[in-house]
Each structure stands twice: as structure tokens, then as C-alpha cells.
Design a protein around this ligand. Structure first.
Ligand code: EPU
Length: 426
């Protein structure tokens, strides 16, 4: 196993280019199952999760070919509709194949994902929604066995809580259904907009993009897709916070600032100067006569989009540990998303957790010291990277396979910003 070594305390400077979004790439790959033929997905990030998803697709008989950042998926001949436990347990997003397989074949068997490092993460909304469309779902041997004779039938589906992959799964199920489906209290994340654009490009009829009410008029068939994956807003936010935490100045390119409304406001509130164009965000600290950097106190509450994203909670906590004040995080999306706290403690952070709340008593910009720490999930790991870059001394992060799930070329991108960071065998 590899670990990541960081010699911290060096401000990051320069430019970093953002890759395609992991959480858009996965549903877009699943959507190719809806129409037989050769699909082209552009700006495809090369990540552990996207490679796992390709393996899952190959398991159904899909042929794949990657040329640069273009992934071709040929879904002409599929001979299998089962997503096995081995693949689903390593990547919960595998459940995204349930909707499209049902729409095309009326039959799918997908392993239940089980819990994960950030919470219980049930899929009851996905199953309830499919049942509303006429599907019979039975649970057997840890698998959801879903069946319907004939096409799915449009209906009204209400989400108790907006669910990102739940909305995506039901969109994909409904596009080939008979009649009209309405998704109420649907999630509005930009990755869902990307999926809607792809599906409409394939011939689907979906109205209400970027709203919480999606209307899907079923069509008889779809044609193969050629579309581009949006920039990764979580990767964008991670680099912005990393540059900010090290006291550097930099520009994140190939991104979409419109997808990060809450983070950019929070960074401004901390005291940073943020300058946006349509595809870039520059971040830096104002000049002060005493040359000191003061990280102001800001609180965050994670919410469905356009609220503050839970996937950027851990990274912002690393910045809060350098504040000269007390900051509060209210994590409302996942019940167990503070695994990084114990690791940040090892670096000198003072954080108290009580249920959904974390109270961070900042130690000032020199408050953190490098230490050996362990990555526990994808976003928790990136919080440790930010803390390691900002801390004085050496940080060693073990179990970095978590980071490789979602950050393309992390070491090269950080090195390009002037960081001293490298991988070593444990
Ligand atoms: N929920 C249910 N039942 C369901 C589905 C969700 O109770 O059937 C609850 C969840 O437990 C949670 C809330 O609804 O409390 C929202 O969860 P959601 O379904 O939106 O999460 P998800 O679709 O499983 C996606 C991202 C996550 C991201 C969340 C929240 C993908 C592949 N994953 O997960 O990304 O944290 O939305 O924004 O899109 C990551 O990239 O590190 C990551 C975990």
C-alpha cells in the first residue's frame, strides 16, 4: 500500500486545471445502458471510481475504449443484468445501474451497498421510486431483485429528502416509461443537470432542469450519446481551500464558478479575495501592513445544492483549524461524516463533536503540526492533505487509495502549485 508524504508549511502558488466531475461521470456512464450503440463521454476523469464503473459496465457485456479523456462505451450487446457485491461494495454509486437496466430490460439484480464510512446510506428512495413506476422489488441474499413485465409506467414520486443518486436513478428509469413521471423535491445538484442534458441529447423529454420538480415525458427509444462531463466542483473547492489554507495565491482553471455559490461566499467571509471568470477562480489573501494572515471565523451548515456541499465539509474544517476564532460546522446530510476529526487532532487541532455539530477552536495560522495520519474516506482524506500542506513539518497519510477514488493526478497537480508532496510504499 502507498502513503502520501507532505513537507508542509509552504504557500501554494500558480495554476491548477480541474478534471471532469467524478459524480457526473458515474451517472453518465450508467445512462449509456439506456440506448444500444457507441456512446462518447468527453472530459472523463481517470479515477479509481471511474475505472471501477467501467469494470461494472464490462460485466454487463459493454465494450469500452479510452482515448485521452474520451471514453467510448459500446452498449450494443448486453448479456447480463446483475451488479455483483464485489463491485458494489467498493463503490456505492454502482446502484445507479438499477434505473437504466430496468428501463431497457425490465430486469435487474443489484447488490445492496450496505453501510460505509460516512453513514448508513440506505437506498429506500431508489426502491420506493421504482415501485411507484410499477416495478416489483424483492430482497434476496443481499440483492435487490427488480422486475417488471412490459414498460415502466409513469407516476408521481416524492422524495422525503432530496437524494442525488436517487433522483438520477429515477430519471433514468422514467425516460423510457409509458406516460409522464413527476419527481417532486428532487435534488438539484449540477451533476443532475449534466445527466438531464445528456438524456435530452439522446432524445429524452425532461423538463425542469435545475429545479426540484422534474417532469419526464416517456419516449419509445433513445439514441447513443456524445456529451461532455462538467468540471468537478468538489475538486475545484478542494484546491481553492488548499491554496487559501497555505496562505498562497492561485488560479483554478477549467472549472465552473457558478457551481460553487456557497463555498465562494464562505471563502470571502473568511477574508479571501476571490475573482471569478466564466471558467476560472482566482484566490488570494489581501495585503496587510503586518504581513499576518487572519482567518476569520465562519460557520457552515451542509445542505442539498445550492447549499454548502457535504463533500467540502472536511476540507473547510482543515481551514477552520487555522482560524483565530471558534467556528461551528453543522453536518445535516450524513450522520457519521466527522471521521477526519480524530486525525486532525493528531496534528494539533482542537475540535469537539456533538452529534451533527463540530466546534473548531482555531489555533491560528501556525497552529497545526505535521503527523502520521490515516485516510478514512475520500473527502476526509483531502482534508488531511490540506491540513498537511498548511502544517509545519512532515505529514504522512496512509491508506491513500481513498484519495485515488476521486482526485485525478493529485500529486502532480499539487507539485505544479509548488507543494513538496510525494508517494512512498508503506
Ligand atoms: N437517503 C436516504 N434514502 C435513500 C437515499 C438517500 O435516506 O434512498 C439519505 C442519505 O442517507 C442522506 C441524504 O438522503 O442523508 C442524501 O443522500 P444522497 O442520496 O443525496 O447521497 P448519494 O446520492 O448516495 C451523492 C454523492 C456523494 C455526496 C452526496 C450528497 C455520488 C456518486 N455520490 O451520494 O458523494 O456526498 O450525494 O451530496 O453522486 C463523494 O463524492 O465523496 C460522495 C460521498
Amino acid at each position: 500500500m502507498e502513503k502520501l508524504i507532505i513537507e508542509g508549511g509552504k504557500p501554494l502558488y500558480g495554476e491548477v486545471k480541474i478534471s471532469g466531475a467524478k459524480n457526473a461521470a458515474l451517472p453518465l456512464m450508467a445512462a449509456t445502458l439506456l440506448a444500444p450503440g457507441r456512446h462518447f463521454l468527453r472530459n472523463m476523469p481517470n479515477l479509481r471510481d471511474t475505472r471501477t464503473f467501467v469494470r461494472l459496465m464490462e460485466n454487463f457485456g459493454v465494450k469500452s475504449e479510452r482515448t485521452g479523456d474520451v471514453l467510448m462505451l459500446d452498449t450494443t450487446h448486453l448479456d447480463h443484468t446483475e451488479a455483483p457485491y464485489d463491485l458494489v461494495k467498493t463503490m456505492r454509486a454502482s446502484v445507479l445501474v438499477l434505473g437504466p437496466l430496468m428501463a431497457r430490460f425490465g430486469r435487474a439484480k443489484v447488490s445492496l451497498p450496505g453501510g460505509c464510512a460516512i453513514g448508513a446510506r440506505p437506498i429506500n428512495f431508489h426502491i420506493m421510486g421504482l415501485e411507484r413506476l410499477g416495478v416489483t422489488c424483492t430482497l434476496e441474499g443481499g440483492y435487490v431483485d427488480a422486475r417488471i413485465d412490459g414498460p415502466l409506467r409513469g407516476n408521481v414520486i416524492y422524495f422525503d429528502v432530496p437524494s442525488v443518486t436517487g433522483t438520477e436513478n429515477l430519471l433514468m428509469a422514467a425516460v423510457l416509461a409509458e406516460g409522464t413521471t413527476v419527481l417532486k423535491n428532487a435534488a438539484r445538484e449540477p451533476e443532475i443537470g449534466n445527466l438531464i442534458d445528456m438524456l435530452n441529447g439522446m432524445g429524452a423529454r425532461i423538463e425542469g432542469k435545475d429545479t426540484d420538480r422534474l417532469t419526464i415525458h416517456g419516449v419509445k427509444n433513445l439514441i447513443p450519446a456524445d456529451c461532455s462531463i462538467i468540471p468537478d466542483r468538489i475538486e475545484t473547492g478542494t484546491y481553492l481551500i488548499a491554496i487559501a489554507a497555505t496562505g498562497g495565491t492561485g488560479t483554478v482553471t477549467n472549472c465552473n464558478p457558478a457551481h460553487l455559490p456557497s463555498l465562494l461566499e464562505k471563502l470571502r467571509a473568511v477574508g479571501l479575495i476571490i475573482t471569478e471568470t466564466e471558467t476560472t477562480i482566482a484566490v488570494g489573501w489581501p495585503e496587510r501592513a503586518d504581513k499576518r494572515r487572519v482567518i476569520g471565523n465562519v460557520d457552515i451548515k451542509t445542505m442539498p445544492y445550492p447549499g454548502y456541499p457535504t463533500d467540502l465539509q472536511a476540507q473547510f474544517m482543515a481551514l477552520m483549524t487555522l482560524s483565530s476564532d471558534t467556528c461551528v460546522i453543522n453536518e445535516t446530510i450524513f450522520e457519521n461524516r466527522f471521521m477526519h476529526v480524530a486525525e486532525l487532532h493528531r496534528m494539533g487541532a482542537r475540535i469537539r463533536v456533538d452529534g451533527h455539530f463540530a466546534v473548531v477552536t482555531g489555533g491560528g495560522i501556525d497552529g497545526m503540526k505535521g503527523a502520521p495520519v490515516m485516510a478514512t474516506d475520500l473527502r476526509a482524506s483531502s482534508s488531511l492533505v490540506i491540513a498537511g500542506l498548511a502544517a509545519s513539518g512532515r505529514t504522512e497519510i496512509s491508506r491513500i487509495y481513498h484519495l485515488e477514488r476521486g482526485y485525478e493526478d493529485l500529486v502532480d497537480k499539487l507539485t505544479g502549485l509548488g507543494a513538496k508532496v510525494w508517494k512512498e510504499q508503506e
